[in-house]
Design a protein around this ligand. Structure first.
Ligand code: PHE
Length: 335
């Protein structure tokens, strides 16, 4: 037994302890709950009583030796760890930092900005908390106008609301700039709607506005046709259906031909061959007058499109809610 204890002590003194991991391995091997010391104490029970006293002392001293080695090495490592830089292996590959990706809504938004930038549109932005003047009244939607029912509004207090469309940015730009004006206004909008696969209380729009001398409906149509072909492919057609908005006259709904089935009719276009992507029209002179723009001299067109709608068509997504779920499995596909 005595010999064995001496052997253990020598072995322990020769252990190579050079970092936290080998130190911990040492602790487990000698001092751990299933370690060598534990075994020694177990064996001690078998020793004849007359030897117990002397052996006990030897065992205790071994235990002290093992613990001292541990504590000394531990202190040594703690003191040197800050000076370890010269032992770093500079050829080791670095730790990978996980990279995020753009949200699909942003990818499409940026694509839309690029497409319109190529024909001279610049980006304008405005506040998401709007006042009644910019969101409704200046857009030719007076207090008791039935068109206000078209959009369910989140009011913050009287006359202050979350904007229900990006059209108020048109007003802000027309109030502060003189024509020619050629802008698009990408941004988030809010409506008090029941959330479903096709509707959400928050979504994104890109609105366009062009004011100049001699702007006609033909310019509007050509601009939208150019956009549709750039966005969805050169084979795509557009269709304008008569509609109503308080701020445009005449007004139209903008459809693109279904690029999935090539107008033959499928689930996406519900068999019609066409899908709606926005609204448009010639800016109502009353709106121009509200912004002190000379209606004898200037005319203009405006359009508004939903970014979610276009993103869903482009990527074949059939539930709007997935954009706001923050599900990494969905988002990863776009990075
Ligand atoms: N602002 C309208 C909407 O949110 C869209 C639109 C913009 C229509 C510009 C015509 C002209 O529904």
């Amino acid at each position: 037994m005595q010999e064995r204890l001496e052997l253990i002590a020598t072995e322990a003194k020769n252990e190579l302890i050079q970092d936290a991991a080998t130190l911990e391995a040492y602790r487990i091997k000698y001092l751990g709950t299933k370690g060598i010391m534990k075994e020694v104490f177990e064996d001690f029970k078998q020793i004849p009583n007359e030897e117990k006293k002397s052996m006990g002392q030897l065992i205790n001293s071994l235990k002290n030796t093992l613990e001292t080695i541990y504590l000394e090495k531990k202190e040594e490592l703690e003191n040197t760890s800050t000076e370890q830089s010269d032992t770093i292996d500079y050829t080791k590959p670095g730790a990978r930092v996980p990279r995020g990706g753009r949200h699909p809504i942003h990818i499409i938004k940026n694509e839309m900005i690029d497409i319109f930038a190529r024909i001279g549109f610049t980006v304008a932005e405005g506040p998401e908390i709007e006042d009644d003047w910019h969101n409704f009244t200046a857009l030719n939607t007076p207090e008791d106008h039935p068109a206000r029912d078209m959009q369910d509004t989140f009011y913050i207090k009287e006359n202050v609301m979350l904007r229900t469309h990006t059209s108020p940015v048109q007003i802000r730009v027309m109030e502060t700039q003189t024509p020619p004006i050629r802008i698009i206004t990408p941004g988030r909008v809010y409506r008090n709607e029941t959330i479903s696969a096709r509707a959400h209380c928050t979504f994104h729009q890109v609105e366009g506005l062009y004011i100049n001398e001699n702007v006609s409906f033909a310019d509007l149509k050509q601009t939208l046709l150019y956009f549709a072909k750039e966005m969805f492919g050169q084979n795509v057609d557009i269709r304008l259906r008569p509609s109503y908005f308080p701020f445009t006259e005449p007004s139209a709904e903008l459809d693109i031909s279904c690029f999935i089935c090539d107008k033959k009719g499928c689930a996406v276009c519900k068999g019609s061959g066409w899908v709606e992507i926005g609204g448009c029209g010639m800016v109502d002179p009353a709106v121009l007058e509200n912004c002190k723009i000379d209606t004898e001299k200037y005319t203009g067109f405006a359009f508004g499109m939903g970014i979610e709608r276009i993103t869903m068509l482009k990527y074949g997504i059939n539930d709007l809610r997935i954009f706001y779920d923050n599900d990494i499995r969905f988002l990863k596909q776009f990075s």
